[in-house]
Design a protein around this ligand. Structure first.
Ligand code: NAP
Length: 317
């Protein structure tokens, strides 16, 4: 089978399409014939060697996909055979991927493979960041940094649905339209005048600040008293150290999210159901672009240059 692999950590050029033996599902696992694989910022970090956790090489890229179950290991219900599924699992950018059975998400007929590969990782992340950690309430003013990105656009939509007033930020004016289309009431470009502009738009500060940037986030200057700050990534670089005593003055709550801690079946099920229902009925619109697997290196380059908006999906068949 074809697999998008890297034999060394480095830039997008280390990605190559290799012919390898398909994996076999062990007990509790299913083998999925992959039709589409979602691309995430984490794929670029994993390839560059900066992702959390050690990784043996060579490694296959990808964290999520959609396709058809073509084999099951011991202990997995035979009824999964032939089912259309989406999933979150490593090594998804290959023609076959082994998936723990509890990570299989049955795809309704109305959801195509590209959409199926687009929603799991960013959808679950956005849900937990906004609801589980952010505890959004109707009437909150919510600041979503990098709001044109994959997770960003979902956060904007979910926050509006929850009754929040949403301010999105972007690095360049060309991304404003995407954030307005997702439903933000205001869009600001981050730069030297940003805090002044934010103060004009939200004079008392924002109630909830959501960011996957890490660096370049002056969260304490943006938040209102009793404000909540949820950080979920480091796309702009590692965050500066945070002194706990800096939180006292305005009683700020800080929390950090990593999807891996929310993947156990009992935690994932509720969020999965909520996100998939919204994809199905159109409350969540995924701004998807597609490209064949062969173009993965080009897309990695664009993703880590911050040039993309919305979600990119790699097609395998
Ligand atoms: N914690 C978790 O479990 C989890 C799960 C999924 C994603 N994440 C994280 O969430 C963040 C967004 O992920 P995503 O998949 O939505 O990515 P994405 O679509 O590529 O969006 C990332 C955004 O980050 C901004 N950015 C700032 N500096 C950048 C840089 N040096 N290079 C590239 N982008 C830069 C860009 O927006 P601007 O142009 O507006 O700056 C870009 O649109 C990432 O940090 C990712 O690792 C975390």
């Amino acid at each position: 089978m074809r697999a998008l692999r890297f034999h060394a950590f480095g830039g997008p050029d280390v990605l190559q399409l290799d012919q390898v033996e398909p994996p076999e599902p062990a007990a509790g696992e299913a083998l999925v014939e992959v039709h589409a694989g979602g691309l995430n910022f984490a794929d670029t970090e994993r390839r560059a060697g900066t992702y959390l956790g050690a990784l043996p090489l060579p490694e296959t890229s990808g964290f999520e996909g959609a396709g058809v179950v073509c084999a099951v290991g011991a202990g997995v219900e035979a009824a999964w055979m032939g089912r259309r599924v989406a999933f979150i699992a490593p090594r998804a950018h290959a023609e076959r991927c082994v998936v723990p059975a509890q990570r299989l998400i049955a795809l309704p007929d109305a959801v195509d493979f590209v959409t199926g590969a687009a929603f799991p990782l960013q959808g679950l992340t956005a849900w937990h960041v906004l609801h589980t950690l952010g505890r959004v309430r109707a009437g909150d003013t919510v600041l979503v940094h990098a709001a044109a990105g994959g997770v960003g656009q979902l956060l904007v939509q979910l926050a509006r649905e929850a009754g929040a007033h949403v301010i999105g930020t972007v690095s360049r004016d060309a991304k404003h339209d995407a954030v307005f289309a997702a439903g933000a009431q205001r869009v600001l470009t981050r730069g030297p005048g940003f805090q002044k502009e934010l103060h004009e738009v939200a004079p008392g500060g924002v109630d909830l600040l959501l960011e996957g940037l890490g660096a370049d986030v002056d969260a304490l200057a943006s938040l209102a008293p009793l404000g909540r700050w949820v950080t979920y990534g480091t796309a702009a670089g590692p965050p500066p150290p945070l002194a706990l005593d800096a939180l006292y003055e305005r009683s700020i709550t800080v929390s950090a999210f990593w999807l891996r801690s929310a993947l156990p079946a009992e935690v994932a099920a509720q969020a999965q159901t909520a996100v998939l229902a919204r994809v199905l009925d159109g409350r969540l619109r995924l701004a998807i672009s597609t490209a064949p697997l062969e173009e993965a290196a080009r897309l990695h380059r664009r993703l880590e240059s911050g040039l993309t908006s919305g979600k990119w999906v790699l097609t395998l068949r």
